[in-house]
Write a protein that binds this ligand. Structure first.
Ligand code: FNR
Length: 367
C-alpha cells in the first residue's frame, strides 16, 4: 500500500508482516518465551488514564525538548535495533536519513548492519544531527575501546550501555527458523549462522557480549568513553536506578528490551512508578528515559507526565523501514502529530508543563 495510506504504528506492522522474509519477521517481532512482558508493555500504557484540562489556549504547541543537553524536535528517539538491512537494503543508512529529516535522535546499535561513520554521514552530518551509540561491551575489551574511538571520531554524542542483554532471551519464534543468509554486524563484526540450538539471530549475534560486566566497571567505562555522557539501558528496579545514581552515570533507560530478554520482567511504566515511590531523587540527578510498547502519542505523553525525559521507539521504526527513509519520516510525523493532539486535548502547550496530575495510575496500582 502507498505510504500515505498508513496512519498509525500498527499499519506499518501489518505491512511488515506481509512483506518481510519469514526469518526477518521472526527476528524483529519475536520476544522471550511466552511474550508476557512484550504484551504488558503496551497494556500497561492502556491502563494509565489521562486527566485532560480544558479551556486553555493551545493554538500553538511545541514538542521540542532536550536529551542530554541536545535539542530534539520530539521527545522520542529511534531505539537501537540490530540488523536493519534484513528489512531494507539501505538499513541504518535510511534510518539516519529519516531521523535527520525529522530532527529526532537515532541511537545506533552495536549490531548495526552498516558502519557507524556511514550511518552518521548519510544524514545531515554530526554538526546538524545527533546520533548516540548503543554499546554492548565485548569480551575482548580492546575491541570495545577501538569501537568507542571510531564512534567518537564519527561524531557520536553519548553512549547507551545496554545492561539487560548480556545474553539473549529465549525467543522461540526466532530460534525455530534457520538463518537463511548469514548476516554480519558491520559494527561488532558478529556473524549469524545456525547452530545445534537453532537459528536465533539474537543469540548468535550476542555471543561476544561480556557477561562479567558489573558496577565496578563503571569507572573503566567512563575512562574509555572519553567524556561522552553514559546512559545505562535496561534498568528494571529502583535499587538499580539508585546504583546508577551512585556510580554517576548521566542517564538510565527503564526498559525490558521490548520483552525480548527476560519474560515477565516489568513494563517500564511499572518501574517508572516504582522510582517515584522508592527513590524520587533519581529524577533530580539523572535523565530517565523509558522504552517498550510505545505505539501512540498518548503513550509518549503519559511517560513524560510520569517523569521520563524522553522515550524510545523500537519495532515501529523497523517496520517503517520497509518504506526506506520516507517511512521513518512518515512514522515520526504520525507520532509527533498524535503527541501534539494529546498535548492540546490535555491543555498543554509545551513539555515543561507536563506533570503527574495529567494521569491517573489507579488501575496500574491494582494491576
Ligand atoms: C532490539 N533492541 C536492542 N537494544 C539494544 O540495546 N541493542 C540492540 O542491538 C537491540 N536490537 C534490537 C533488535 C530488535 C529486532 C528489537 C525489536 C529490539 C531493543 C530496543 O532498543 C528497545 O529496547 C525495544 O525495541 C523497545 O520496545 P518496542 O518499542 O520494540 O516495543
Amino acid at each position: 500500500p502507498p505510504l500515505e495510506s498508513l496512519i498509525n504504528t500498527y499499519d506499518f506492522e501489518t505491512v511488515a508482516e506481509k512483506t518481510s522474509s519469514a526469518k526477518a519477521w521472526a527476528f524483529f517481532s519475536s520476544a522471550a518465551t511466552d511474550l508476557i512482558s512484550m504484551r504488558l508493555n503496551k497494556e500497561a500504557f492502556d491502563r494509565v488514564l489521562l486527566r485532560p484540562r480544558v479551556m486553555r489556549n493551545n493554538k500553538e504547541v511545541d514538542t521540542t525538548t532536550t536529551i542530554l543537553g541536545v535539542r530534539t524536535r520530539s521527545p522520542f528517539f529511534v531505539a537501537p535495533t540490530a540488523m536493519a538491512k534484513m528489512i531494507h537494503q539501505d538499513g541504518e543508512i535510511a534510518v539516519s536519513k529519516g531521523a535527520g529529516a525529522e530532527g529526532i535522535i537515532h541511537i545506533i546499535s552495536t549490531n548495526s548492519s552498516a558502519p557507524i561513520a556511514d550511518i552518521i554521514s548519510a544524514g545531515l552530518g554530526p554538526e546538524k544531527q545527533t546520533h548516540f551509540l548503543q554499546l554492548y561491551v565485548n569480551t575482548d575489551r580492546a575491541k570495545t575501546i577501538a569501537l568507542l574511538k571510531t564512534a567518537r571520531e564519527a561524531g557520536v554524542k553519548a553512549v547507551f550501555v545496554t545492561v539487560d542483554a548480556h545474553l539473549a532471551g529465549k525467543r522461540e519464534a526466532d530460534e525455530r527458523l534457520k538463518v537463511d543468509v548469514p548476516v554480519k554486524s558491520a559494527v561488532s563484526g558478529a556473524v549469524s549462522h545456525n547452530d545445534k540450538k537453532g537459528g536465533g539471530m539474537g543469540r548468535l549475534m550476542g555471543l561476544y557480549v561480556d557477561r562479567t560486566l558489573n558496577w565496578e566497571d563503571i569507572p573503566w567505562l567512563k575512562s574509555v568513553c572519553g567524556g561522552l555522557p553514559i546512559v545505562l539501558k535496561g534498568i528494571q528496579t529502583a535499587a538499580d536506578a539508585q546504583l546508577a545514581l551512585k556510580y554517576g552515570v548521566q542517564g538510565i533507560v527503564l526498559s525490558n528490551h521490548g520483552g525480548r530478554s527476560l519474560d515477565t520482567s516489568p513494563p517500564s511504566i511499572f518501574t517508572l512508578l516504582e522510582l517515584h515511590k522508592v527513590c524520587p531523587e533519581v529524577f533530580d540527578h539523572l535523565e530517565v528515559y523509558i522504552d517498550g510498547g510505545i505505539r501512540r502519542g498518548t503513550d509518549i505523553f503519559k511517560a513524560l507526565c510520569l517523569g521520563a525525559k524522553a522515550v524510545g521507539v523500537g519495532r515501529p521504526y523497523l517496520y517503517a523501514l520497509n518504506y526506506g527513509a520516507e517511512g521513518i519520516s512518515h512514522l515520526t510525523q504520525i507520532l509527533n502529530d498524535e503527541l501534539e493532539t494529546t498535548m492540546r486535548m490535555c491543555g498543554v502547550t509545551n513539555l515543561s508543563q507536563v506533570h503527574p496530575g495529567f494521569v491517573n495510575t489507579a488501575m496500574i496500582d491494582h494491576f
